[in-house]
Design a protein around this ligand. Structure first.
Ligand code: G
Ligand code: G
Ligand code: MN
Ligand code: NA
Length: 258
């Protein structure tokens, strides 16, 4: 595969770039952190979105070195922002993990050494896992999560509602946060979808989890989510994913954290 050769080369040539999408506290209306999202600046094809290369990285195992690079880059960046903007010490970075990282890599050692090298505190790091990664490897993943939680690292279930997980599993997941998939948020005006969102938020709160609504694009969606006491929001209504300089400018202009 041509793209596979390209991807291997891209890692060496530093063609990947981390973008940062703000996550906002809906209650306070202020920035609470970012989700790190990878982009590929291909030398001839231009910017390539993760949907077009992450699946190939997963198939070829390239996802492990790519994710390790991204983890380090995002943690380093977060730490540099903390040092530069000490009035915003609590900024939290969320990073997507793939199933491969639980199976084939030394995930615990990797994360611990990145925290040590960058000086970032574990409580400023949140790791996102999809439902299917969790369910397909429930015992291994649970064990790794419990270990990393000792370092105060937090965990979220990403794209919640799109997998095949039964709700009866949810209380077994040692996670802090549920991210409601944007497919539900985008259709909230429909009665049955707002009922689903309401049910997810209620269930999360009963399990002492908080909720991030993904893909908020309108004031109407925001108002509904606030009524449901959803804690955090992410989406184009607040901001698209930003490059590093843009994200830093946002921090510089944000009100102080509580
Ligand atoms: O940024 P959006 O640009 O298109 O991301 C599309 C999908 O790719 C999302 O589901 C996102 O979780 C995933 N993705 C983005 N960056 C990463 C990454 O660094 N690692 C993994 N595993 N997935 C990522
Ligand atoms: O699956 P994951 O949550 O990690 O996906 C994040 C993806 O969602 C990124 O590709 C990001 O660009 C995209 N995204 C973020 N906010 C919005 C939004 O408001 N609308 C749409 N359509 N996509 C969004
Ligand atoms: Mn995500
Ligand atoms: Na998601």
């Amino acid at each position: 595969l041509e793209i596979e050769t390209d991807l291997r080369r891209a890692l060496e040539r530093k063609e990947f770039e981390v973008y940062y999408q703000p996550i906002t506290s809906l209650k306070l209306g202020i920035l609470s952190g970012f989700e790190a999202l990878v982009r590929w600046n291909h030398p001839t094809k231009g910017r390539i979105q993760p949907g077009d290369f992450i699946p190939i990285c997963e198939e070829t195992g390239l996802i492990v070195p790519l994710s390790n690079w991204l983890l380090k880059e995002a943690c380093q960046t977060t730490r540099s922002w903390q040092l530069k903007y000490p009035e915003h010490p609590a900024i939290r970075m969320s990073i997507n993990l793939s199933a491969h990282q639980f199976r084939e890599s030394q995930l615990i050692q990797e994360v611990e050494s990145v925290l040590q090298e960058t000086g970032l505190s574990g409580k400023c790091l949140k790791l996102e896992i999809t439902e299917s990664t969790l369910i397909d490897n429930l015992d291994t993943v649970t064990e790794i999560i419990l270990h990393l939680r000792e370092k105060e690292i937090q965990f979220s279930i990403d794209d919640f509602g799109t997998g095949y997980s039964s709700l009866s599993y949810l209380h077994r997941f040692p996670v802090d946060t549920i991210k409601i998939d944007r497919s539900f948020v985008s259709q909230m005006q429909a009665e049955e979808n707002s009922a689903i969102v309401k049910a997810i938020v209620t269930l999360a709160h009963m399990l002492n989890m908080d909720v991030i609504a993904e893909g908020i694009e309108t004031t109407a969606q925001l108002a509904q989510l606030r009524l449901l006491q959803c804690e955090y929001g992410q989406g184009f209504f607040f901001s698209k994913p930003l490059n590093k300089a843009q994200a830093e400018a946002l921090i510089a202009s944000s009100p102080k954290w509580e």
